[in-house]
Design a protein around this ligand. Structure first.
Ligand code: HEM
Length: 137
């Protein structure tokens, strides 16, 4: 109970190293009930489902924030360093920085490159066609 030990992940999901999963705000928003409750605090996603009943501030307030960014409410309460330490064990991932482009990344890659390349080819062929045409007549 002394505050001397730090950085000891007690066998639960590793929160320190390795790439963390990334969730969109839409995905977080779906977890807004006592069946599944996720919170965003300082850009990180926390699964507080099994913490609901244990929260000293009650499950009501957590459910009110479930599926949302709870940073402000969390900070407004002035949670202790102990409370901040507890966050780590519920960490499940980061928030996606740009929610509108999740699955269509490939499509936008091809459309951004193929259109200019195709355009350049057409222009080149047209140029050639007109030059040849100009010379022969
Ligand atoms: C995973 C996120 C959270 C954790 C780990 C957590 C943890 C705790 C802990 C350990 C306490 C006891 C006092 C302290 O140590 O500061 C507490 C109190 C409290 N928490 Fe949270 N909390 C979380 C999120 C929230 C959120 C989102 C709210 C939203 C309003 C909230 C509202 C409160 C309130 C009102 C109290 C005061 C209870 C009292 O003084 O009787 N907590 N919380």
């Amino acid at each position: 109970m002394e505050g001397g030990r730090r950085g000891e992940a007690a066998g639960t999901t590793a929160s320190g190293d390795g790439p963390a999963p990334v969730f969109t705000l839409e995905e977080v928003a779906k977890r807004n009930s006592s069946r599944e409750a996720w919170l965003v605090i300082h850009g990180r996603v926390y699964d507080v489902t099994r913490f609901l009943a244990e929260h000293p501030g009650g499950e009501e307030v957590l459910l009110e924030q479930a599926g949302k960014d709870a940073t402000e409410s969390f900070e407004d309460v002035g949670h202790s360093t102990d409370a901040r330490e507890m966050l780590k064990q519920y960490f499940i991932g980061e928030v996606h920085p740009n929610p509108s482009r999740t699955s269509s990344g490939q499509t936008s890659f091809w459309s951004t490159w193929l259109i200019p390349i195709f355009g350049a080819l057409v222009l080149g062929l047209m140029y050639r066609y007109y030059m040849v045409d100009g010379k022969s007549s």
